[in-house]
Every structure is written in C-alpha cells, then in structure tokens.
Write a protein that binds this ligand. Structure first.
Ligand code: ZN
Length: 279
C-alpha cells in the first residue's frame, strides 16, 4: 500500500508529494522531488528556523550523505567542510573530497567553526562527552551544534549498548548496526539515548542553550519514528555588528526567495500607484 501526503519540502522547497510504500516512514517516506527522508527534512526545517543565516557561516558536517540537506549545505554555505571517519587516513587530511576527522578528537583550531552538524551519528560514537567537548572547543562563542539522533520513545535514561576500543566493538546484548555511507558493514550502535540527552549535553557544555524539537508535520513530510532534532547554542555569543546584521538579513532574503521579496515590493508599489498592473 502506498502512503502519500501533499506538502512543501523544506529541502528542495518544491510543492511535492511525500510517498512511502511501507508504514515505516522513518527511512522510506521520500520526497518525490529530491528523495529526502523525514529526519533530513526535520533537520532542514530547524536549520532554517533557528539558524537562518547559516549560509554565511563556517559549517562542518560530520558523515554527510551525498544527497538531501547535506548536498544543499555543501552547495550553499559560504564555507562547508564535510568529514568522515577514515580509519586509515591521518586526521586532518583530505580524502575523496572529505576531511578525515574523528568527532572525539577534531583537528580544527579553537574557535574556528560556526556550526557543527550531523545526522544520526551520535548513536555510533564511543564517547559522546568527548564529542561535545571537542565541538565546543572548536566552535566560536555563540556557535551552534545541530543534529539528529534516535531518542527511544518513553526511555528516560540513556543506556550504553556497546563500547569501542583497540580490540574492536563489545556489545552488551544483541548486536545492532545501522547503515554507514562509507562502510558497507554498517556502524555499531553504542547508545540508546533517552529523554535525558538534553541534560547530558548541558552537563558536557555548561551554560549552553539546548533545544530538543519534535516535529509532527505532514505538510513538510516529517512523520514516523525518531523525529527529534537538537539545536545547541554555546554560551558567549555577542550581538553582531551592524554590517554583519545587514549581511545576515541579505542572506536570509536570498534563502527565502529573492523573487518573493521582489514580488512583495512590486505589490507595494502597485498599491502606491507607481507601477501599472500588468495587462
Ligand atoms: Zn524535496
């Protein structure tokens, strides 16, 4: 049975139909225009809503896919750095267009990044506390971390499912793997996160603002399990300068459709009688 919903995709921004051939929407409710899936659209919606000036920022994405919001950020951000964990490539080196990075031990300079982002990476790391310490170290004050990771419904307390060390992976219970864009074997699941993740993040980055957003919106094709998006802002951001604010405003206008803006301007002029109505 095909499940369909009409709406507007926050990634390709086309009027579209979201379609799934199965009730498991999480991985299979595709946008018929850009083939994105719900968590990518939830991420795109939150990026646009909470960090509208992202295009003018230095953006690092950990483990990007070659489509959807990753492709759009790569195309539109002023400075986009995509990275993967390549076990055999020295950290900091480029490989096949991506930088070799380990989120637990980044090679970026202090205060050099505006946004760190990742989709469904955090449930595969061994030390999320180190990941957040490293993202915090490398972010400019007032920088952002935006990401998705599955939050298990009804689970209050985060539970470790596996450890990774020099001897490999040790599971506590049934082994669980998820798809990995650069490894056909997949990635081991190390954590089942509960609703305490927001508090954990706050303990790793004291003073941060942590937002956990759960959308349930068929108009943007965000339906199904595990829809949470986290937007974390580190402390210490200052009011940007006037020039920076103006450039951010321009950036927003570009992103929200310059044509729409110009149309509105023309409408205003028509109302004032400066421009004749088209015949
Ligand atoms: Zn789309």
């Amino acid at each position: 049975m095909t499940h369909t919903f009409d709406g507007i995709c926050p990634i390709c921004e086309y009027k579209t139909q979201f379609r799934a051939e199965t009730p498991w929407y999480r991985d299979y409710l595709f946008c018929s225009q850009c083939h994105s899936i719900p968590r990518e659209r939830a991420f795109a919606y939150c990026l646009k809503t909470f960090i509208p000036n992202w295009r003018s920022m230095v953006l690092h994405e950990c483990s990007p896919e070659d489509r959807g919001i990753s492709a759009r950020m790569r195309r539109e951000a002023k400075q986009y750095i995509g990275s993967h964990f390549f076990a055999d490539v020295p950290r900091g080196q480029m490989h096949k267009g991506y930088r070799s990075e380990n989120l637990e031990a980044l090679t970026f300079d202090d205060n050099s990044i505006d946004i760190h982002c990742h989709l469904d990476v955090l449930e595969h790391v061994n030390r999320p506390d180190l990941c957040f310490a490293e993202m915090h170290r490398t972010l400019r004050p007032g920088g952002h971390i935006i990401f998705t990771t599955p939050i298990i419904a009804g689970k209050l307390k985060t539970e470790r499912k596996a450890t990774i060390d020099e001897n490999g992976v040790t599971f506590f219970g049934e082994p669980e793997y998820h798809g990995n864009p650069i490894d056909a074997e997949g990635s081991p699941v190390t954590f089942h996160y509960g609703s305490d993740l927001a508090d954990l993040i706050l303990s790793w980055i004291p003073g941060a603002s942590v937002r956990m957003i759960t959308l349930n919106d068929q108009g943007i094709g965000v339906l199904g399990a595990y829809r949470e998006v986290f937007v974390v802002t580190t402390p210490g951001g200052t009011q940007p300068s006037l020039i920076r604010r103006l450039s951010m405003r321009l950036d927003r206008l570009r992103g929200n459709g310059m044509r729409k803006f110009l149309r509105q301007q023309k409408m205003k002029q028509m109302i004032r009688g400066k421009v004749g109505r088209p015949a």
